[in-house]
Unconditional design. Structure first.
Length: 142
């Protein structure tokens, strides 16, 4: 199911594909449920499924206009979204503050770990592809 409930226009449009796999993404996983949410409100924007190659369809997401990234300023030149990936038999993975830029297709790798034989699951939360919670990705150094 693909539900498209986009927020008000942000001046530009970025794109996102989620690549779902296991074993360091060497093995694609089909049928994974992928939920894309607004970072601040948690509003669900898309609910997708990965295909036989482990990829979701490319979706459009609002992002600040590209012009904001052309020179230093206080304005953040990208939008951030949260992604949740679930598949039966695998631990859930959450990716927080995934950056989306106007006119760019971002590919978020989602490496799911099989649930161990003892059935104990330890869900994985990544922030912008890194293992830190509660901070936004920093794309430049001051």
């Amino acid at each position: 199911m693909n539900e498209n409930i986009l927020p008000a226009a942000a001046g530009g449009t970025g794109f996102l594909v989620v690549q779902v796999g296991t074993a360091g993404n060497a093995i694609p996983l089909s049928g994974a449920a992928v939920t894309i949410r607004e970072s601040n409100s948690g509003t669900v924007l898309y609910e997708l499924r990965s295909d036989r190659d482990g990829r979701t369809e490319r979706v459009e997401l609002p992002a600040p206009a590209r012009a904001l990234s052309m020179s230093p300023s206080e304005a953040r030149p990208y939008a951030v979204y949260n992604i949740e990936v679930r598949l039966s038999g695998y631990e859930k993975a959450d990716y927080q503050n995934v950056p989306i830029f106007d006119g760019i297709t971002a590919i978020q790798q989602a490496d799911l770990r099989p649930i161990p034989a003892n059935g104990t699951s330890g869900d994985l939360t990544l922030n912008g592809g890194r293992r830190f919670e509660g901070e936004e990705p920093q794309l430049w150094r001051e």
